[in-house]
Design a protein around this ligand. Structure first.
Ligand code: GAL
Ligand code: ZN
Length: 662
């Protein structure tokens, strides 16, 4: 496990570079990521390259033994390029052409931008593609941040081409989108525009296709960079991209496919504050733990999500070191935070943690953002943490060599996410929030989970949770069937099979193409207002229980078992959870939106059937991660917490971790 840092030599005087490089080494850092926003300094005017400063900066770092991750600088196109091609600037959903003066000011479909992208990428690759200390490349920086989709004329024309390629004929498109509704029938491709600036809300099938088209646009833009790099760089140099955990505008499974590994940027306090409440049950407030450690459940969710993208180890390409500048309170960070975060990342499968950033910037937007060193160059809390972690590095190394296995896979699908989040139907029904309940249940029991795609190899997992497979597919139904037949357990949840792949409602009885697999029919479904609940009777939830938020009433086929049923009208006597045996395995339909306790009881039921070892329900603020023979127990609160692990009483001090081997 390696530690690194994001460094901006272009922000500091040359005299400082050797001191920085030396202080990095002294803190145990060996990787330095550079250049992701330095296009204007590498190519000060068109075709006129200045590599001298970058050569020197790399050399200074290499002289201290550092390895370099070099970034393509396309997230920040220079002013001269925008001046000569103003149509590179993206057009937002409101139809406004945005301006130069920050970053990410480009449309990935713009031909001039693609041309200049190829030129700068090739020029960099020619210069550094065989540099012995450049170990790999990061492409661009956080695709889709700020402007997830562009609505310019170039994009509109490309979208038409994309649709034509997909549907071949307008008849097929009209049929797939249901354009008979509100007289939206198209009789020429030219009539189709992106789905923004409509008077009332646009057609959901149109919206879903624009999401897909734009996700494909980012992937295609990344592929332009990958293919140019691949032709010129040494085979040993890797190619990666740094994604944003809670950004949902790109199908990250697609984006990850052509990369050697995927990286994500982890800012625990920022992610907990910004949108953290949206991860919890509507009305439930986010637990606060230590105010400055973020929420380990949210951080853990994104670790699991990133690990599932390629079902492989990943990097943290940027990791918070102190306060951020973009959340609400931007909490100051106390000693020990960086250590806990680094250990959690390592335990969750990170092969490297690269800290953001070396030294706090004196200028530009991020003046209030911390680094490992303060504005004046002296060490900040994060740097002290790094020094204190030096004695633990050997143990970190050992643990990083242990295999990380997850008994549980959770199905995640961006098409489902886009369809549901566009039409949540019940306020607060947010796809990631809904997945998060099941994730939290597993995490509370010390179970590792990978968030995997419909196409992934599931053979290593015992249990597959599909909280919703909203857009039904025969192929998925078959795969789920095969997984169960070979002895696995599948859980399919609410709203599954409701729609087809083009985002129109199925004409089959619900859950659509999954009906035969499940062995039950969804007769009714009710979104419930807060304060209204339907009582349940259930063997596996142990107690009587109440369904809130979203309830579905099931009629089981003969041979299908009922494990929970509604006690009162309007769903009295109908099933809420069913189970059907398939080959050596089984499929459950979980017909309501669970509370955390209900999700925990259900996961316990599944794991006990499979004799999967679980931990006692961990107290709030405590998480446990298993890697090989080791179990790492973290306490993210300020108070000591106790738990019992396989019969051993364990106490973990506040803001500390405990390491346990079988
Ligand atoms: C990231 C971004 C970095 C920096 C950082 C600040 O999203 O990639 O360049 O802006 O946030 O927290
Ligand atoms: Zn565009």
């Amino acid at each position: 496990m390696k530690l690194g840092v994001c460094y901006y030599p272009e922000h500091w005087l040359r005299e400082r570079w050797p001191i920085d490089a030396q202080q990095m080494r002294e803190a145990g850092i060996s990787i330095v990521r550079i250049a992701e926003f330095a296009w204007a300094l590498m190519e000060p005017s068109q075709g006129d390259y200045d590599w001298a400063w970058l050569d020197d900066a790399i050399q200074v770092l290499v002289d201290e033994g550092h390895q370099i991750v070099l970034c393509t600088p396309t997230a920040a196109p220079p002013a001269w390029l925008i001046q000569s091609h103003p149509d590179i600037l993206p057009v937002d959903e409101k139809g406004r052409r945005l301006r130069f003066g920050s970053r990410r000011h480009y449309c990935p479909n713009n031909p001039a931008f693609q041309h200049h992208t190829e030129k700068i990428v090739r020029a960099m690759a020619e210069r550094y593609g065989n540099h012995p200390s450049v170990i790999g490349w990061q492409i661009d920086n956080e695709f889709a941040c700020y402007i997830p989709r562009c609505y310019c004329d170039v994009c509109a024309a490309k979208f038409r081409g994309w649709l034509e390629e997909k549907y071949k004929t307008l008849e097929a498109l009209n049929d797939a989108w249901g354009t008979a509704f509100w007289s939206q029938v198209y009789n020429e491709w030219e009539q189709i525009e992106p789905p923004n600036l409509t008077v009332a809300e646009p057609n959901p099938s149109h919206v879903l296709d624009y999401h897909r088209f734009f996700s494909d646009s980012w992937v295609a833009y990344q592929d332009i960079q990958i293919s140019n790099l691949k032709n010129l760089i040494a085979k040993r140099q890797f190619i990666t991209h740094n994604i944003i955990g809670n950004l949902t505008d790109i199908d990250y499974y697609d984006l990850a496919e052509n990369l050697d590994f995927i990286s994500w940027d982890s800012y625990p306090t920022g992610y907990a504050e910004m949108g953290g409440d949206d991860r919890y049950f509507p009305g439930e407030s986010r637990p606060k733990y230590s105010h400055d450690l973020g929420d380990p459940m949210i951080t853990g969710f994104f670790h699991s999500m990133t690990r599932g993208l390629k079902q492989a180890p990943f990097w943290i390409m940027e990791h918070q070191t102190g306060m951020v500048n973009w959340s609400h309170t931007n909490t100051g960070v106390r000693p020990g935070a960086l250590r806990l975060w680094t250990w959690q990342a390592l335990a969750s499968g990170a092969e490297a943690v690269v800290y953001f950033r070396w030294r706090a910037s004196r200028f530009g937007l991020e003046q209030h953002h911390s680094g490992l060193r303060k504005h004046d160059g002296s060490p900040d809390v994060g740097y002290h943490d790094l020094l204190s972690m030096k004695s633990e590095r050997e143990l970190m190394e050992k643990i990083s060599e242990e295999p990380l296995k997850a008994p549980i896979a959770m199905l995640m699908d961006y098409n489902d996410l886009w369809a549901i989040d566009h039409q949540p139907h019940r306020e607060g029904f947010d796809y990631l929030r809904y997945l998060f309940v099941f994730f939290r249940a597993c995490q509370k029991l010390g179970l590792n989970v990978d968030l995997v795609s419909r196409e992934a190899d599931w053979s290593e997992y015992t249990i597959l949770l599909a909280p919703t497979a909203h857009l039904g597919s025969e192929k998925l139904a078959q795969r789920l069937h095969d997984f169960a037949e070979q002895g696995g357990t599948v859980m399919l949840g609410i709203r599954s099979g409701f729609k087809t792949s083009t985002n129109v409602v199925t004409d089959l009885p619900l859950p659509g193409v999954f009906k035969g697999l499940v062995g039950a029919t969804v007769a009714q479904w009710h979104p419930l207002p807060s304060g209204v609940s339907y009582p349940l009777q259930s063997e596996i939830l142990n107690t009587s229980s109440e369904v809130t938020f979203w309830a579905e009433a099931l009629n089981p086929d003969s041979g299908t078992n009922v494990l929970a049923s509604y006690e009162t009208e309007p769903f009295q006597g109908k099933a809420a959870i069913t189970q059907k045996q398939i080959g050596n395995g089984q499929i459950y339909y979980f017909g309501f939106y669970p509370s955390l306790d209900q999700a925990i009881a259900f996961v316990k039921h599944l794991t006990s059937w499979h004799k999967i070892d679980i931990l006692e329900e961990l107290p709030s603020g405590m998480i446990a991660i298993e890697r090989g023979d080791a179990t790492l127990v973290f306490n993210f609160t300020d108070q000591p917490l106790k738990t019992s692990i396989r019969g051993n009483e364990i106490q973990v001090a506040g803001r500390d971790l405990f390491f346990f081997t079988e």
